[in-house]
Design a protein around this ligand. Structure first.
Ligand SMILES: CC(C)(COP(=O)(O)OP(=O)(O)OC[C@H]1O[C@@H](n2cnc3c(N)ncnc32)[C@H](O)[C@@H]1OP(=O)(O)O)[C@@H](O)C(=O)NCCC(=O)NCCS
Length: 241
């Protein structure tokens, strides 16, 4: 069964930070818990936020992510063409419900290569170096295994040492061809552990997201109440004595 004390503990850690007011902390996000990053799968309802995330990448990052200097129209077309049925998109949300990291696991469409998938990822510059890229990679590997994928590919520019390091550390072989590199990782078959872990992680991430939505709405409500109170106070102060 999935509902183990472990799941409750993980949900607790994933949720405990969310009711802290985002109004009080305008600085950079605190470092994520070393235990786990709540990574959730994203459906078509998240397309607008995925677009917002990608459009906020700098020109250099777009180049690294897509292998060419994608302009806004090309990014929008990429998002519009995402196939949420066939592929898997994963994301990490912060407390402001901003999508800070997105990964795309694209399954091969060619019937001769059904056991292959390609991985692409982007993390917002302000939260890099906190392990999100590596965690998304791990999550994609686990999901790919559970889907029967035997080989995962990462296409990266040779200058993209951070991405290539993530792949190398996971055991990928890297072939460099001039300015471009192709990394490929052989995946072991799924087992009970990979299936259970993915199921638990997804449930924790869904809980995490729901809590973030509630916390966000709650702070919005408080903000509105404060405005109403301020309005009443100002009106009262303006009244002749
Ligand atoms: C590549 C990218 C996704 C990495 O995301 P990230 O969240 O910063 O990566 P992580 O924090 O998981 O770091 C992964 C490893 O790289 C190291 N690293 C991170 N930033 C680094 C930097 N600027 N220089 C050197 N090493 C760095 C980390 O220390 C970590 O190594 P470790 O596991 O030994 O500690 C992010 O830089 C990005 O979005 N780049 C633009 C888009 C892109 O290049 N996409 C990949 C093409 S598919």
């Amino acid at each position: 069964m999935v509902s183990t004390p472990k799941l409750i503990k993980a949900s607790y850690f994933a949720g405990k930070d969310f009711f802290r007011s985002p109004l009080l902390t305008s600085g950079p996000l605190p470092a994520p818990a070393a235990v786990m990053v709540p990574i959730r799968s994203l459906g078509p309802g998240h397309a607008e936020r995925i677009a917002r995330h990608l459009l906020s990448l700098s020109a250099a990052d777009r180049y690294l992510r897509f292998g060419y200097a994608a302009n806004d129209d090309q990014i929008q077309r990429y998002v519009d063409s995402l196939n949420f049925e066939r592929d898997d998109i994963f994301g990490v949300y912060n407390r402001r419900l901003e999508l800070i990291a997105v990964a795309h696991l694209a399954f091969a469409v060619d019937p001769d290569f059904t056991s292959c998938a390609e991985f692409g990822v982007s993390v917002l510059a302000k939260v890099r170096g906190r392990g999100y890229g590596a965690r998304l990679f791990d999550r994609a590997v686990m999901h790919a295994r559970n889907e029967g994928v035997q080989m995962m590919f990462i296409h990266a520019l040779s200058q993209n040492t951070v991405m290539l390091n993530i792949a190398r550390k996971a055991g990928a072989s890297i072939e460099r061809e001039g300015s471009e590199s192709e990394a490929y990782l052989r995946l072991p078959p799924a087992d009970l552990d990979s299936r259970m872990t993915e199921m638990i992680e997804e449930r924790v991430a869904q809980t995490d997201y729901r809590l973030k939505v509630q916390a966000y709405q709650f702070w919005d409500f408080l903000r509105m109440m404060q405005e109403v109170r301020r309005g009443v106070r100002e009106a009262r102060d303006r009244m002749p004595m």
